[in-house]
Structure formats: C-alpha cells, structure tokens
Design a protein around this ligand. Structure first.
Ligand SMILES: Cc1ncc(COP(=O)(O)O)c(C=O)c1O
Length: 512
C-alpha cells in the first residue's frame, strides 16, 4: 500500500514537472502566442471585399505615387467605398460649426462672444449651447444607449418622417449603422443553426457578421432584369431551401435603397415583404442608411418600413422590426464620425434590456457621432439663420449626385458588353460585364475570379479602384463590379473617359 502511494506521488511530481517545463519552453521559445494558426478561426475566415485585395493594392499604388514613382495615372480614385469626404465632398457647414463649438466650449466664453458672433451664425451658437447643456462635456462617457436628449430628437424626427410616434427608449445610438447591425445579428444568433436571410447581391457587412457569429446566411436573389426588384416568390424559395437544410430561419435583411444595387422598393413591395415576414415569423432588419439618397423622388420615393408596417393595421401589430440609420450617407457623408442609430419596433422588453446591457459593455457610442446624429435628425429649418446655406449645400450635393449617377450609368451602358441599371438611390452602380473567354482563362491562371481580374486590370491602367461583384454575391455565371459615383463632378468627364479607354483596351487584348 505504502509503496503504491509513493509511486503515485512520484508520478504526480513527474507530470507536474513535465507541464512546467513545457510551459516555460513555450514562453521562452521564439514562437508567438497569437498567430494566424492559433487565432479565432471564424475571424480568419471572414471576407470583406470592400476593403479586400483591390483596395490594398490601391493603397500600395497610392503610396508609390507619393514616393514619386511614375505610373499610368497620377492619382488613385477610391470608388470602392461610399466615403464621400474621402473624394472631397464638403461637410455641411452648420454641422461642423456646431460640432466645433461642442469640441471647444471655451469659444462660447463671454469674452469671446463678440468675435464668435462674427464667425458663427446665431443658431449654430444656440444649438451648441443646448447640446452642451444636455451633454455636459463631450469627453465624458454618456448613457450607454446614447444621450437621452438626442434620442428624444431622433424620436421626433421619426415621428415627423412617418406620422407615427416613436419611443426614445426603443432607440439606441450607435457607432455608425454597422455596430447596430453587428449587435442585432449577434443577439439573434442563439446557436449555429440560426439562419438569416440576406439579399444577393448584398453589402458584405451582413455576410461578414453572420460568418463571425457562425450563423448561416440564407441568400435570396434580387432580379437584375427587373431593376434589382425583389419578389416574394424568391423569398419563399429561399426560406424553404434554408429550412430544408435544417436552418432555424429567424430574420430577413432588407437594404433599401440597395447597396450595391441602388434600387428603391415600392410601398406595395414593402407591404408584401412585411406580410411575408409576418407569415413566416421573421424579424425584419431594415437597413435604411440611404433613405435620403433618392434620385427619382417622384417615381421611386423612399418609404420607411416602420411607416408601412404601422399603416398595415391590427393584424401586423406584433411584427418585429429593427431599422438602421447613419450619418455616413445621405448628403452628410460624415463617415469618420461614426454616428448612427437603430429603432426597435415590437421588440420584446427583455431583449431591449439585454440590448442595453451589451451596449453598456462598450460604455457608450462616441459622443461626437451622437452630436452628428442630433444634427442629421434636427437640422436648421426655415426661419433659422443657417437655413438658406444649409439648404443650398444639401441641394447642391444632392443634384450633383443625381447628375453623376446618370452620367456614370450612361458611360457604362455605352461600353461593349456592359449593361447597367440606373441608380434609383444610394451611391453605387453595379454594372454587369461580359468577360471574354480568353480573359476568363487569364484570370484562372492568375488564380482570380474573372471580375476581380477585370477590376485589378482597371486599377492598374487607370488608378480607379472598384470592387468585384464576387465580393457582394451575384447570380452564378454573371460578372459585375461596383463603383461609387462619388468622384468630384469637375473631374467626372475625365474619370469616365479613363474607364472607356481601359475597357476598349481590355476587350482588344482578350477578344475571343
Ligand atoms: C447598406 C449599408 N449599411 C450600413 C453601412 C454602414 O455604414 P456606417 O457604419 O458608416 O453607418 C453601409 C456603409 O457603406 C451600407 O452601405
């Protein structure tokens, strides 16, 4: 007995010593603890084309130009992302005036007032004072759901947009729309059998976030021939396939106006989608960040999902909806401020509490972004000192976007083998390209998708960076790319002719 105990004790000591030696060996070997082999595999597998291989090469080319290298072009034009101020869109003056006073409240001190009133209009000064009174210092953490005063203003904005009341307690301010989308997809994913319906083509925030949480994307296709329209037949087909594959399909993502497709849904179509979600018990995630980028306001006005849902009466009173908005888009384009919000409609009270809890983990959305949300939802109105300037800036940007959308679509449509739907909304065109077989083979050799090969050739020849359609999803056998129409209007003719020349050269090189 004693001998046995002694043997066990000895074995334990030996094992502990071995463990200790191996720990020390790992610690002091040159191998890093964190490598792409040891990192979270779901993060490694995520793809995000908007900032993928093309933009990485574009940044490298940009650096080469800065270092004095001679290339086929003297500037890289970043059309891969809807980032208006990167392409020199001017910020809205009133918004920057107010936010600069909030940043530096010393400017509001009595001894500076005389000078201040020469530099800033009275309503910008008054707005900054009201905001500061409700915020305190912008350097302090705020309420985790966002500053209550700003959430009240957002609720008033939604009420006046839709004609239905909104509850500030059901509104969460966020770091851009992206963080709200991520939060909602995370909270929806109970386990890996959860499926979330997403459009194809889609904005890759959705596919990337779904893959991060290990849920399943359930694709439904937009119909290119019908100007990227959405049929409930296709929705039905898609949900059936998802369920057949054993998925617990719980939510439907709608991007309206669409990215990358630019379509605006009709009110009738929105009703059908809501009815579909109601029948199939799906939570609706309505991405409405482009709600003011509406280029055919008469034929294709914007209808919010909330307004249409509430107009549908008693039967739909429990339909769950979360809608997202952002300060990055519209005519504002303050992408770097990271302002946004989401509104929850008919969401379970317990879930609202959980949303509050997870918002608290990151303490609060950044306060400068929250100020931008306040300004977006509560801009100068007629009679205010800043109104005329504000309106002329907004109208100027809007009309220019409208002209550029038409110009770029007509440039694409004039090219052999390219067809392009008009942009009813948003900031992008998604032309379809016929790629000659010889180029398809060259792409295969280069281990690239044909549309990535085409887009890379365009970048190398012109400095224009677009995103291949494969990054958004597309009908099998079709090829596309997405380009913003954000380059400055005075450079637009040159921009279009560069693309035309490149396309002709590409076809001549690879013609079958
Ligand atoms: C459809 C759509 N949703 C959400 C976002 C995210 O925008 P942000 O996080 O800047 O608000 C974008 C950005 O391009 C978008 O196109």
């Amino acid at each position: 007995m004693l001998r046995t105990l002694h043997r066990i004790a000895q074995a334990n000591v030996q094992q502990k010593t071995r463990q200790l030696i191996s720990c020390v060996a790992v610690r002091y070997s040159s191998a890093k603890v964190l490598t792409t082999e040891t990192m979270h595999p779901l993060i490694k597998n995520v793809e995000y084309a908007v900032r993928g291989a093309l933009p990485i090469r574009a940044e490298a080319l940009s650096a080469e130009l800065k270092a004095g290298k001679k290339l086929n072009f003297d500037k890289v034009v970043f059309c891969n992302i809807g980032n208006p101020q990167q392409l020199n869109q001017k910020p809205i003056t009133f918004f920057r005036q107010v936010s600069s006073l909030c940043e530096n409240p010393e400017l509001l001190a009595p001894e500076n007032r005389e000078l201040l009133s020469k530099l800033y209009p009275a309503d910008a000064i008054a707005r900054a004072e009201v905001l500061l009174k409700n915020i305190g210092s912008i350097g302090a953490y705020s309420h985790s759901k966002g500053i209550p005063f700003i959430r009240e203003n957002v609720a008033k904005f939604i009420e006046s947009r839709d004609g239905y009341s909104a509850n500030p307690e059901h509104i969460f301010l966020t770091q851009g729309a992206s963080s709200g989308v991520q939060t909602m997809i995370q909270i929806l994913t109970q386990n890996t059998s959860v499926g979330i319906m997403i459009p194809i083509p889609q904005y890759p925030l959705y596919s990337a976030t779904i893959s991060l949480v290990d849920a399943a994307p359930i694709p439904y296709y937009l119909n290119e021939e019908e100007n990227w329209g959405l049929s409930t037949e296709d929705l039905k087909k898609s949900i059936e396939e998802g369920r057949k594959a054993g998925k617990d399909v719980r939510a439907l993502v709608i991007i309206n106006p669409g990215n990358p497709t630019g379509q605006c849904l009709s009110e009738q179509n929105i009703r059908e989608i809501i009815d579909f979600c109601h029948k199939e018990r799906l939570l609706l995630l309505a991405d409405e960040v482009y709600q003011t980028n509406i280029y055919m306001p008469k034929e294709r006005p914007f209808h919010s999902f909330k307004k249409v849902l509430l107009s549908m009466g008693e039967k739909y009173k429990d339909q769950e909806l979360v809608s997202f908005h952002s300060t990055s888009k519209g005519m504002i384009g303050e992408c770097g401020r990271r302002g946004g919000y989401f509104e929850c409609v008919n969401i379970d009270e317990g879930v609202l509490e959980q949303l509050y809890k997870i918002s608290s983990i990151s303490l609060c959305p950044n306060v400068s972004g929250q100020i931008m949300v306040d300004l977006m939802t509560n801009p100068p109105v007629e009679g205010d000192a800043s109104y005329a300037k504000y309106k002329s800036e907004i109208d100027g940007i809007f009309q220019s976007l409208q002209r550029r959308a038409i110009k770029l679509a007509s440039c694409f449509n004039s090219l052999e083998g390219i067809t392009c739907n008009a942009a009813e909304g948003a900031m992008y065109l998604f032309p379809r390209i016929t790629i000659p077989q010889k180029a398809v083979e060259a792409a295969k050799e280069a281990k690239m998708a044909p549309d990535a090969f085409y887009s890379m050739a365009m970048l190398d020849a012109t400095g224009v960076c677009v995103v291949p359609g494969s990054g958004f999803g597309q009908e099998a056998g079709t090829w596309h790319f997405r380009s913003t129409f954000l380059p400055e209007e005075n450079l637009f003719d040159g921009f279009c002719s560069k693309i035309e020349d490149f396309h002709k050269d590409f076809l001549n090189k690879y013609r079958d």
